[in-house]
Design a protein. Structure first.
Length: 126
């Protein structure tokens, strides 16, 4: 009965894209515990492929990744007309400039708290 209740209340799909496996898995686990359907991407190209293959409501996207940076993934998503909300994450101290330059309204500066992550995702999705 609990499994049915959880699946009935499943929140939207989120793609977590970060080349740091520990960070990616931790973020995925946090979101799964909260009820989100989570897919993981190890780099920018994998994030883009997942966005094309799976309809996701949001991509939690690290900026500094191999293959494609977060900003490059955003540009490709827009060029391919893939409708998905984006939250950019980076440890770069110029996170606001990077996000603005990529045309991203929502971002998180690493390190961030679980509470700020969940609050921002809820705000972006609603």
């Amino acid at each position: 009965m609990v499994a049915r209740e959880l699946s009935a209340k499943a929140l939207p799909r989120v793609i977590v894209a970060d080349d740091d496996g520990d960070i990616r898995r931790t973020l995925a686990e946090i979101l799964e515990v909260e009820g989100y359907d989570v897919l993981e991407a190890r780099d920018g190209r994998e994030a883009l492929a997942l966005c094309e293959e799976h309809r996701a409501a949001l991509v939690l996207l690290d900026h500094r990744m191999p293959e494609l940076t977060g900003a490059q993934v955003v540009a490709e998503l827009r060029a391919r007309c893939i409708p998905v909300r984006i939250v950019l994450m980076t440890a770069d101290r110029h996170v606001d400039e990077i996000a603005r330059g990529a045309g991203i309204a929502h971002y998180l500066a690493k390190p961030f708290s679980v509470e700020s992550l969940l609050e921002l995702i809820a705000r972006v999705l609603h």
